[in-house]
Design a protein around this ligand. Structure first.
Ligand code: NCD
Length: 302
């Protein structure tokens, strides 16, 4: 693995070994061993042309923990404001000196475009509505550590599935890992076609009792999402995860969300902060997962 732009094409054993490596890194971090010098002398550049909190910062922290130098591109104060193309920006950063790019872009082909323009390894930090591979991996690591295994779990992904690159990567890798996925939401937010074996439902209450995992998504208004409801309140009534709905889950079931949350819309405070919530654990798994991915890509690029 030299790049990680898509999860498609990765076999079940390749995915499982990335999850195992990431989980070992999590143990290492939990034991207070943060810094290694595996990537000493390497430069990792974060090239994020879309807003990000946890993804960019956890990639940068992962790179630092591995001993790499980090170069951060700031779209607000850079020449992207002057109309420079993504490809020209990437070539410029390559000329300054970069061994790997982490790329987030509204363009679905953003990470691929950077790889083609520069020939330098690229890890996707989220591309358009298409994929967000490390989010899926860190969620799989979170589930592996919680349940001791992933195969055989039933997960509902609820809300704005059609605009979600997180759901895009989940739908590629989770069925491969043996997860039974059910997509839940109003018709306008569900994809027209789903991979074989994936189920679809517009009735959240009906699926709750059969779940091990409920994975909530934000309504991505900036990507043109139309819930079909007049107000956020009406959407929430139909598809929000509140305390009443959480009580309909089996007692062992867990609640996940990739963040950022719109509290009171897709998820209520009591549930987001409640005992079933793995939301902070997901964020914590971002660093070890990205350490495993960065180390893997830069080792293979040698
Ligand atoms: C997501 C993203 O940006 O794709 N967040 C994340 O990276 N954890 C989901 C979102 O924007 O809602």
């Amino acid at each position: 693995m030299r790049d990680l732009i898509t999860l498609s094409g990765l076999s079940r054993s390749e995915l499982a070994s990335l999850i195992t490596l990431a989980s070992a890194r999590a143990d290492q971090l939990n034991h207070g061993r943060r810094h290694t010098d595996e990537l000493r002398g390497k430069v990792v550049t974060s090239l994020f042309l879309e807003a990000s909190t946890r993804t960019r910062l956890s990639f940068e922290q992962a790179a630092r923990f591995l001993g790499a130098d980090v170069m951060t591109f700031d779209p607000a104060t850079s020449s992207a404001q002057k109309g420079e193309s993504l490809e020209d920006t990437a070539r410029t950063l390559a000329a300054i000196g970069t061994d790997l790019f982490v790329v987030r872009h509204t363009r679905e082909d953003g990470p691929t475009a950077v790889a083609l323009a520069t020939g330098i390894p690229v890890v996707s930090g989220g591309a358009g509505r298409k994929e967000h591979p490390t989010q899926t991996l860190l969620d799989a690591v979170t589930l592996q550590r919680r349940f001791g295994g992933i195969a055989g779990l039933t997960m509902a992904i609820v809300g704005d599935v059609v605009n979600s690159r997180v759901a895009g990567s989940h739908l590629i890798a989770l069925p491969t890992l043996g997860v039974q996925v059910i997509l839940v939401g109003p018709k306008s937010l569900l994809p027209g076609e789903v991979p074989q074996g994936v189920r679809v439902s517009e009735d959240l209450d009906a699926v709750l009792p059969g779940l091990d995992v409920i994975y909530m998504l934000r309504i991505q208004k900036e990507r043109g999402a139309d819930t079909g409801f007049d107000t956020d309140g009406a959407y929430s009534e139909a598809y929000g995860l509140d305390a009443r709905r959480a009580a309909m889950l089996p007692s062992h079931a867990v609640v996940m969300h990739p963040g950022p949350m719109n509290r009171g819309v897709e998820i209520a405070d009591q549930v987001a902060d409640g005992p079933r919530s793995l939301i902070e654990e997901q964020v914590s798994m971002g660093v070890p997962t990205r350490m495993a991915v960065l180390a893997g890509c830069l080792e293979d690029a040698r």
